[in-house]
Design a protein around this ligand. Sequence first.
Ligand code: PSU
Ligand code: MN
Length: 307
Amino acid sequence: MSPAGVAVSPEVEAALASGGPVVALESTIISHGMPYPKNLQTAMEVEAIVRANGAVPATIAILNGVPHVGLSSEQLKRLAISGTQFQKTARRDIAQVVASGGNGATTVSATMFFAHKVGIPIFVTGGIGGVHRHGEKTMDISSDLTEFGKTPVTVISAGVKSILDISRTLEYLETQGVTVAAYGADEFPAFFTDTSGCKAPCRVDSPEECAKIIDANKNMHLESGILIAVPIPKQHAASGNIIESAVQQALKEADDRKITGNAITPFILDRVKVLTGGSSLEANIALVKNNALTGARIAVALSNLRR
Ligand code: PSU
Ligand code: MN
């Protein structure tokens, strides 16, 4: 176990020791984001894409109270089958899940925390949390955003879902001092679509350009995170109107049923999935795979830059 209390798989340990490219992956997307067996299939395919592009995947989860970085195929299967029996674990939940010997699926905030702890600078996911709609009243702002402010990990995502308030999310990231770049685009993407109506603070066009920014962030000791937002590939983009009407209905249902706290995001994501007849799930899987490809290339470029 290295560092204290964290179990790093031998493969990830070896890659880190030699300065090789490693890509961290979160587990809430597997436990709470997709149904079994699609979640297991997707998790395995994502790991395969990372490997095929020259990097080592490191899926992160808490098993029987021990944070694991890099899961065996048996462990990945257990996580996928258990689904929501694993506790959704953000930064605030880590100590409690560890202390109780529980099983935790890490969100973006907790995954960034553990990735940084073991020295993994790159992390791929689907979408990050953000400022919820009406967040200015409810103060429901994902701890993902404050984690970006204090943890120097680069997250590759397809932007932010329109279940959230995207422009306030970007404002909050600015306040936290987070570098936000759209990959190959001028506009910040909205997960299912490549348009959000918000211009990205900056644009990057290659893995090498990303690697230079990540390296500069480290050399300047900024100690804050970086968000690289990759637009969903055009052929997989869902119709913005269909998604938006499903989001509106899901938000109303959450309100009617008085769903609060950390149950809101999984509830809305699940309702949007059902209301769009599963087409959002297919788009979701396609964009995660595309992010894995981009993230692996960035990890390889960063590793080459530092050699
Ligand atoms: N957004 C998505 N898919 C997800 C999540 C968010 O499009 O799976 C998950 C991620 O694990 C993220 C978490 O870190 O939800 C944010 O939850 P909350 O809004 O409760 O902070
Ligand atoms: Mn919340």
